[in-house]
Ligand binder design. Structure first.
Ligand code: ADP
Ligand code: MG
Length: 358
């Protein structure tokens, strides 16, 4: 297991990048703690696989260094980095049995026959394929083949890190949950450094201790699920995480007051000299509907999703979402909203501004 340091790292697929736009991965400095489980979350094309492949050594970065526990591995091969990587689509040897596929990484590293037999049995159980160990991979479904790929990724206990690139894409929904749970317990048991790439927030939030959110080639926030929820450092994190995502409302902000179309909103902290695109961000969970004082809204639709209701409304022509408790009766007289002051964030050019304690 290893601590992984990304030092001044950046990557462009162009031989002569002209500007920042030509970089699939913008400059990045970060330390991935030894033994932690990370999820790398972002929409398609934001640079997740690029980053993962640079860590594993499949791709050489155009700039910067990678260190494993302070050893520079920037130019080391994947094999020398001692890493297991599982991809989106199955990589299996069709002519081999499931057992031999699982045993392969262990045989390669010269493990004893006795250890291999015992470990393969254990992994076979984890991926739910104990009964199929002696079948050839050829005749199996894509789903089963991907389970073999996952098993192969997990079979070695002595790797520096385990990397997963959207590994559950071809797996059916029920098995997805099952395998994610297995990966999590594997992490608890062996404490490997794990990086799990996904575009699915539920997957990221349930799997990881820390979620690394990427947007347009940049890491925009690294945090616990709670930090991402409460203090999105970038408006993208606010939109992308949460269902529905954070409301982002154009405003002007001075001192401890935000103004939206002439209506004042109290803030917890003070701000001065904000320059650029100023917005406030409030999660739907921290917006309340009222018949009393507040900002005027028009309710468009109410969705009952079981545990709570999602109210889709309009605030000065823009959509705003409100989460109301299951028991809340929503009457047509509720045409105002208020915000929970301690959960109103201020953004300038999409980045969170901390403000000063008053
Ligand atoms: P993700 O895994 O988040 O979907 P990728 O890391 O695969 O994103 O891609 C990031 C960006 O780099 C995308 O714009 C993609 O088109 C580009 N890209 C990825 N692989 C290559 C490649 N081999 N050659 C050129 N451009 C690439
Ligand atoms: Mg990818």
């Amino acid at each position: 297991m290893a601590k992984i340091t990304l030092d001044n790292l950046a990557h462009s697929y162009y031989p002569k990048p002209k500007g920042e736009d030509d970089f699939a991965l913008k400059e990045l400095n970060h330390v991935w703690a030894d033994g932690e489980a990370y999820a790398l979350l972002g929409s398609s094309g934001c640079g997740k696989s690029t980053l993962l492949n640079i860590i594993s050594g499949l791709l050489h970065p155009s700039q910067g260094r990678i260190l494993f526990d302070d050893v520079d591995v920037t130019h080391a091969t994947t094999a020398d980095r001692n890493i297991a990587q599982v991809f989106q689509f199955p990589v299996v040897y069709d002519t081999m049995t499931v057992r031999d596929n699982l045993a392969f990484p262990l045989k390669n590293r010269g493990a004893s026959a006795q250890y291999i037999a015992q470990r393969v049995q254990q992994i076979g159980a984890m991926i739910g394929m104990e009964a199929e160990l002696d079948k050839r991979a050829r005749g199996l479904t894509a789903d089963a083949k991907q389970k073999i790929s996952l098993g192969r990724g997990m079979v070695r206990e002595d790797v520096n890190a385990l990397l997963f690139d959207e590994p559950l894409t071809v797996i059916d929904p029920h098995m997805k949950w099952e395998l994610r749970t297995q990966l999590k317990s594997l992490h608890h048991e062996f404490g490997h450094t794990m990086i799990y790439v996904t575009h699915d927030q539920t997957e990221a939030l349930t799997f990881a201790d820390k979620v690394v959110v990427m947007y347009d080639g940049r890491v925009v926030q690294i945090g616990t699920p709670q930090q991402l929820f409460e203090k999105p450092e970038h408006t993208f994190v606010g939109y992308f995480i949460g269902s529905p995502g954070m409301n982002v409302i154009p405003a002007s902000v001075t001192g401890k007051t935000a103004t939206v179309h002439g209506s004042a909103i109290e803030l917890q902290r003070g701000y001065s000299g904000l320059d650029g695109k100023v917005e406030i961000g409030v999660r739907p969970e921290f917006v309340s509907l009222t018949e009393g004082e507040g900002l005027p809204v028009r309710i468009r639709r109410v969705e009952d999703v079981g545990r709570h209701k999602i109210v889709r409304a309009e605030l000065f022509g823009n959509e705003i979402n409100i989460v109301a408790g299951e028991g809340t009766a929503i009457s047509p007289d509720m045409n105002k909203i208020t915000f929970d002051t301690s959960h109103v964030n201020v953004y300038v050019n999409d980045w969170l501004i901390e403000g000063e304690a008053a």
